[in-house]
Design a protein around this ligand. Structure first.
Ligand SMILES: Cc1cc2nc3c(=O)[nH]c(=O)nc-3n(C[C@H](O)[C@H](O)[C@H](O)COP(=O)(O)OP(=O)(O)OC[C@H]3O[C@@H](n4cnc5c(N)ncnc54)[C@H](O)[C@@H]3O)c2cc1C
Length: 431
């Protein structure tokens, strides 16, 4: 007897971990749909291009995609090409794993000026994400401000600080590398509203900033000698490590580093100034009273021609889905009988790649309790629907063709030269 027919919407980590967990529990056909012709979500379009080791996780996802039960359907956007209602009518089980693709915007005066970007668009640009390849941010400025104190902010300042030699093993597109190399960037400011104890970046990422060829990290305050606050032993240890690393930056040889990365803590952005383009940004110094953040009234101005905010993500609106507090309305993974959620869309944009594994297991458990047998024929109806709507979908074999083409076209030691538009990807696959 066949298990319930399953479709997972979204082929990022949570989509693949969900497919894997279901395939271990149920004798089901599992289809994975993505709006892009290519799989892997933020692993391809978010994880920094110079962190290729992290991207190797896709080898595991490829094994899942190649299981007999599993099929990939790329280039199909749910909510646009096929509605939620339509997909629920043809599958017993629908799992939403669409991530949180939009930026939380800086809600301050001047944030609509040219030269102000969110991290989703800026990271998408330097990662060759088809949505953002034509962003063309103007990097003709000496000073760049990145707002945020997490790993995404660190990724951005690192990519803007590395020399082309340091990026040689990356898959950054040529246009982005050229634009960064030509830019006169000298000062990068990574600015957080709170302090180094509260910062969200992890130690490996922070330490890397101390080993850059042409960039000197500088911290704007006297670092605390001990961790104050209510933290678990583990968190306390991690914070202590970060403080040690930040302290060690003052010992770095200062000669010959043309770029400076300033870690500006306790600074809250209050206004972006400029006519058409950003010219500077005002910050107010803050302080912590207990866990409460207080303004001090002291204003600092930083001249800059580019601001990137890395202050979190929110999901795209999809017709037929209720978003509440930045996630799809769900009860521990269940939206409704036959409708489930995993990954960032379920729990919000936090955690590392591996955090999504538990989401996959959670959803697979719920499904195996709610369903035993197949009632709707799933894949067969999906293929008919794709045909009747004249949609151009890609298969996992098509992705493998794109993948080997990108690898073949890379100039060694770069791992790949990404195809940048959906049209080119479909052309390559004769679709
Ligand atoms: C810039 C950045 C860098 C990161 N770097 C690291 C790192 O170095 N290490 C680490 O451990 N973690 C990193 N993370 C976190 C990690 O990427 C996430 O935990 C993980 O990708 C979340 O998985 P997900 O499947 O929920 O979402 P996603 O990876 O976003 O996948 C969602 C998928 O759904 C698809 N989709 C969206 N809407 C639709 C629709 N309507 N129809 C069909 N498909 C749709 C998207 O195309 C996408 O493929 C990073 C995150 C960001 C933003």
């Amino acid at each position: 007897m066949k298990g319930p027919s399953v479709v997972v919407i979204g082929s990022g980590p949570s989509g693949f971990y969900t497919a894997e967990s279901i395939s271990k529990k149920l004798n089901s056909n599992i289809d994975i749909i993505d709006r892009l012709p290519t799989p892997f979500g933020l692993i391809r379009g978010g994880v920094a291009p110079d962190h290729q080791t992290t991207k190797k996780i896709t080898a595991i996802y490829s094994k899942i995609a190649k299981k007999e039960q599993v099929n990939f359907f790329g280039n199909i956007e749910i909510g646009k090409d096929i509605s939620i209602d339509e997909i629920r009518k043809i599958y017993d089980v629908v799992v939403l794993a669409i991530g949180s693709e939009l930026d939380n915007k800086l809600e301050i005066k001047g944030s609509n000026l040219k030269g102000v970007y969110g991290s989703a668009e800026f990271v998408g640009w330097y990662n060759g994400h088809p949505d953002y390849v034509s962003l063309e941010p103007d990097l003709n400025t000496e000073n760049v401000v990145v707002v945020g104190n997490g790993n995404v902010a660190i990724d951005i300042v690192r990519v803007l600080s590395k020399t082309s030699e340091e990026m040689i093993n990356s898959d950054i597109p040529e246009y982005a590398l050229n634009s960064i190399n030509k830019s006169p960037i000298k000062n990068l400011y990574m600015v957080g509203r709170r302090g180094p104890i509260e910062a969200k970046f992890t130690n490996v990422e922070l330490r890397e900033m101390g080993n850059l060829k042409n960039c000197l990290p500088i911290v704007n305050l006297d670092l605390p000698s001990k961790v104050v606050g209510n933290y678990s032993e583990r968190d306390q240890r991690l914070i202590e490590k970060n403080l040690e690393t930040l302290k060690s930056f003052s010992l770095i040889e200062k000669n010959n580093k043309e770029k400076k990365l300033n870690f500006n803590f306790f600074q809250k952005p209050i206004e972006i100034i400029g006519n058409e383009r950003v010219e500077s940004v005002n910050f107010e110094t803050t302080k912590l009273e207990g866990t409460k953040l207080k303004s001090t009234g002291e204003i600092n101005n930083i001249n800059c021609g580019l601001i990137i905010s890395a202050i979190g993500y929110k999901p795209k609106e999809v017709p037929g889905i209720k978003i509440s507090n930045g996630v799809v309305k769900n009860n521990n993974g269940k939206i409704d009988k036959g409708f489930y959620a995993a990954g960032w869309i379920r729990r919000g944009p936090t955690g590392v790649i591996g955090t999504n594994k538990a989401d996959g297991e959670l959803v697979a458990d719920l499904i195996s309790k709610d369903f035993k047998d197949q009632n709707k024929d799933g894949r067969k109806s999906l293929i008919e629907l794709i045909k009747s709507k004249n949609l151009k979908s890609t298969s996992f074999e098509n992705w493998e063709k794109i993948d080997s083409y990108e690898k073949k076209n890379a100039v060694e030691p770069a791992p790949r030269k990404k195809i940048l538009t959906i049209k080119e990807m479909l052309n390559l696959c004769n679709i």
